[in-house]
Write a protein that binds this ligand. Sequence first.
Ligand code: ZN
Length: 160
Amino acid sequence: MAGLEDLYREIILDHYRSPRNRGELVVPPAHKTEGFNPLCGDEVSVYLDIDEATQTVRDIKISGQGCSISQASTSMMSDAVKGQSVAEARRLIRAFKALMSIHESKLEGEGDGADLAADLDGVRLGDLEALQGVVKFPVRIKCATLAWNTLQQGLDEINT
Ligand code: ZN
């Protein structure tokens, strides 16, 4: 399994070194949401431009700073949801959080998280699964989910 772990580490490093969708959008019309992970000091700002007519994530930009896990996760999140429908973005949020929750319960030795598996049903997370491969401690899961929780908060605030 060393090979797979190396591949995962490569994916994370690539997003950390060359983060996707860095920058800001003009607010308004875009919507800005800030997230903070006090356990690690990670900060993220998510700028969302939602096309209300088609309910699509027309554009997304990311700023902020933090550890490699949080930065890579934020970059991956922006890549995954840009151009997607709001419904698909919400599905990805649920699936990613389920993936990390299952991972967390395994790290803590609390069963296999089978009850969460339904949220993952039929969702392809691709590179995002690499985060599960490098997060070795439950406390770091907060680094990985910060971007997704901030995206969810943004979508809720826009009320889409
Ligand atoms: Zn962190």
